[in-house]
Design a protein around this ligand. Structure first.
Ligand code: PEP
Length: 245
């Protein structure tokens, strides 16, 4: 049995005053059945790490550079995230692929950097609506995943998030059967790369997970957790999703 992982992605949201949501979350979740991760903007990581001390959740980043240090203005390295107290990082999110032109090859370099720094790398893949309509979902996400994995990477430090691009922030989700089929396809891709060790890897679903649909999605075969955007910003909503795990 894989222990579920519920990860919150705050994206470019969150000021000092919003740290109160993390204090509230701490009070609301008791001892959860799942591993919990919150990925705030980099500006809040160190302060959130302090709030998370002794709490049943960890703090992660939303991206990192592939190099450990150097002349890369505005970027943050995996080593810096770890130094701030982060234990994980989301990589290859579709918003980074779209807004910053990130390719799977670049994502693979970032995954290698994250593992080098001891961070859990959560690798995101997902099809666009046009790709889904063309019946290419499995082909697209499989190719993204294969190309986003650096050669020789240890699967124990990796998780995958299946996030259909058209489901993110839209209030729309695939059917349960569609989600389960993609997770099965991704598991087969992982097995082809890692053999039996793939069985221990978590594949999360992300895209409009809310308190109202979390229990149904988290109960689907092959769904080992959720990556939650909008609904992770408010403690009440995120706690309800955590309770459904
Ligand atoms: C995300 O961006 O990772 C995400 C899943 O967003 P939302 O939950 O808001 O759809």
């Amino acid at each position: 049995m894989r222990r579920k992982l519920i990860a919150g992605n705050w994206k470019m949201n969150g000021l000092s005053r919003d740290l109160v949501e993390v204090e509230r979350l701490r009070g609301a979740i008791g001892q959860p059945e799942a591993d919990i991760l919150i990925c705030p903007p980099a500006t809040l990581i160190a302060r959130m790490v302090r709030i998370a001390e002794g709490a049943p959740f960890a703090i992660g980043g939303q991206d990192c550079h592939w190099a450990p240090a150097g002349a890369h203005t505005g970027d943050i390295s995996a080593r810096m995230l770890a130094d701030a107290g982060a234990t994980a990082v989301i990589l290859g999110h579709s918003e980074r692929r779209a807004d910053h032109g990130e390719t799977s090859e670049l994502v693979a370099r970032k995954v290698a950097a994250a593992r080098q720094a001891g961070l859990l790398a959560i690798v995101c893949v997902g099809e666009t609506e046009a790709e889904r309509d063309a019946g290419r979902t499995l082909e697209v996400v499989g190719a993204q995943l294969r190309a986003s994995l650096p050669p020789g990477v240890d699967p124990r430090g990796l998780a995958v998030a299946y996030e259909p691009v058209w489901a993110i922030g839209s209030g729309r989700t695939p059917t349960g059967a569609e989600i389960a089929a993609v997770h099965e396809g991704l598991r087969a891709t992982l097995a082809a790369s890692f053999g039996p060790a793939a069985e221990g890897m978590r594949i999360l679903y992300g895209g409009s997970v809310k308190p109202g649909n979390a229990a149904e999605i988290l109960a689907l075969p092959g769904v080992d957790g959720a990556l939650v955007g909008g609904a992770s910003l408010r403690a009440e909503d995120f706690a309800a999703i955590i309770a459904a795990a």
